[in-house]
Design a protein around this ligand. Structure first.
Ligand code: NAD
Ligand code: LMR
Length: 336
C-alpha cells in the first residue's frame, strides 16, 4: 500500500469539518487506495468536542485512515503535512458581510502562515475556506514565504457549483451538462459569476448557455445576484452558514487539484493573481483554471472579455485590493 498522506483539517470540531472529514476519510478526495494520517486542529476550548469527532471517525471504521491526531497545537497539526484544509475561523452571522470577519480572522491566518512555513512540507497544498477566504489565503501565503505562492488557494468552487446548479435548473438538465462557468474575483457579494463562455448539452447538442437560456436579462440580472447572495440566503434560512455544500465544494476543489480536472472543463479557483486579464497582481483572485495530472494549475488565458464583464471583474478586484490593505495594516499594528 502507498505511503500515508499527511492531511490537516483546521476547525475540525466545526460544522464544515463534520461533513468534510468523512468525505476525506472515505477516499472521495485522494482516492480509494490512498492511506491517510489526519491531523485535526481546533482551539483549546473545543478539545472535548473534537474528542467526540475523533470517536465518530473511529466508529466509521474507515480503512484508509491509519492515524488521527487531534490537537490544539499548530506545530503538531502542521508538521510534515502534504495538504492543509484551513477551515477553522469565525463564520459570519446574519446581517454581516464576509469582509466583516477580516480583522477577527486575519490573526489566525498570519499565525497559521508562520507555522506552515516552519513545520509543513515545502510542497504542502493549502486550500483556505475560512472567510474572507481570498484575503486569508493571501495573508497565509504572505507569512509563509518559503512555500511557493502557487501552493495557496482559496475556495470559490462553492460559487462555481452554485452557478452550474442555477443554470442546470433553469434549462432542466443535469448539472454536469453545464461546463465552463467562471467565478471571477472574490468569494463575496462582488464576485462575478460569468456564463458567457459556458456551454450546456441539451438533447445531445452542445449550445452556448446564453442560447439555451434565451433570457439575457435573467443571466445578467437575477442569475448573478442569486449566486452572489446564495451564502447569505442559506445563512438566513439555516441561521448557520452553509456546511454540506461547502464541504462538497472543498472536496471537488482538492480532488481536482490532486488528480487534475477533466480537460474539457475548467474550474474556478482563487489563486495568487499574476496580472492575467489586467487584474491586480498579489491578490488571491478567482480565475478559470485548468489542472493537469501533476497537480499544476494554470489560468485559462485569452478568453474574450466584454465591457459588461470587465466592469464587474474590476469591481471585485478593487474590493480584494482594499481587503488586502486593511488586513496588512491591521496586522502591522497588531503584532501578536
Ligand atoms: P464553525 O463555527 O462551525 O467552525 C469553525 C471552527 O473553527 C470552530 O470549531 C472553531 O473553534 C475553530 N477555530 C476557530 N479558531 C481557530 C484556530 N485559530 N485554529 C483552529 N480552529 C479554529 O464554522 P464553519 O461553519 O465550519 O465555517 C468555517 C469557516 O468557513 C467560516 O469562516 C465560514 O464563513 C467559512 N465558509 C467558507 C465558505 C467558502 O466557500 N469559502 C463556505 C462556507 C463557510
Ligand atoms: C457561503 O458562501 O455559503 C459561505 O461563505 C458562508 C457565508 O458566510 O456566506
Amino acid at each position: 500500500m502507498a505511503t500515508p498522506l499527511k492531511v490537516c483539517v483546521t476547525g475540525a470540531a466545526g460544522q464544515i469539518a463534520y461533513s468534510l472529514l468523512y468525505q476525506i476519510g472515505h477516499g472521495d478526495v485522494f482516492g480509494k487506495e490512498q492511506p491517510l494520517i489526519l491531523t485535526l486542529l481546533d482551539i483549546t476550548p473545543m478539545m472535548n468536542a473534537l474528542h467526540g469527532v475523533v470517536m465518530e471517525l473511529h466508529d466509521c471504521a474507515m480503512t484508509l485512515v491509519k492515524e488521527i491526531v487531534p490537537t490544539d497545537s499548530e506545530e503538531e497539526a502542521f508538521r510534515d503535512i502534504d495538504v492543509a484544509f484551513l477551515v477553522g475561523s469565525m463564520p459570519r452571522r446574519e446581517g454581516m458581510l464576509r469582509k466583516d470577519l477580516l480583522t477577527a480572522n486575519a490573526k489566525i491566518f498570519r499565525s497559521q502562515g508562520l507555522s506552515l512555513d516552519k513545520f509543513a512540507k515545502k510542497t504542502v497544498k493549502v486550500v483556505v475556506v475560512g472567510n474572507p477566504a481570498n484575503t486569508n489565503a493571501m495573508i497565509c501565503s504572505h507569512f509563509a514565504p518559503s512555500i511557493p505562492k502557487e501552493n495557496f488557494t482559496a475556495l470559490t468552487r462553492l460559487d462555481h457549483n452554485r452557478a452550474k446548479a442555477q443554470i442546470a435548473t433553469r434549462i432542466g438538465v443535469r448539472s454536469d451538462a453545464v461546463k465552463n462557468v467562471v467565478i471571477w474575483g472574490n468569494h463575496s457579494s462582488t464576485q462575478f459569476p460569468d456564463v458567457s463562455h459556458a456551454t450546456v448539452e441539451v438533447e445531445g447538442k452542445t449550445l452556448p448557455v446564453y442560447e439555451a437560456v434565451k433570457d439575457d436579462a435573467w443571466i445578467e440580472g437575477d442569475f448573478i445576484t442569486t449566486v452572489q447572495g446564495r451564502g447569505a440566503a442559506v445563512l438566513k434560512a439555516r441561521k448557520l452558514s452553509s456546511a454540506m455544500s461547502a464541504s462538497k465544494a472543498v472536496c471537488d476543489h482538492v480532488r481536482d487539484w490532486w488528480f487534475g480536472a477533466p480537460q474539457d472543463e475548467w474550474v474556478s479557483m482563487a489563486v495568487m493573481s499574476d496580472g492575467s486579464y489586467g487584474m491586480p497582481e498579489g491578490v488571491v483572485y478567482s480565475f478559470p483554471v485548468r489542472v493537469s495530472a501533476d497537480c499544476k494549475w494554470a489560468i485559462v488565458k485569452d478568453l474574450p472579455i466584454s465591457d459588461f464583464a470587465r466592469e464587474k471583474m474590476e469591481k471585485t478586484a478593487k474590493e480584494l485590493e482594499e481587503e488586502k490593505k486593511t488586513a496588512l495594516e491591521f496586522l502591522a499594528s497588531n503584532s501578536s
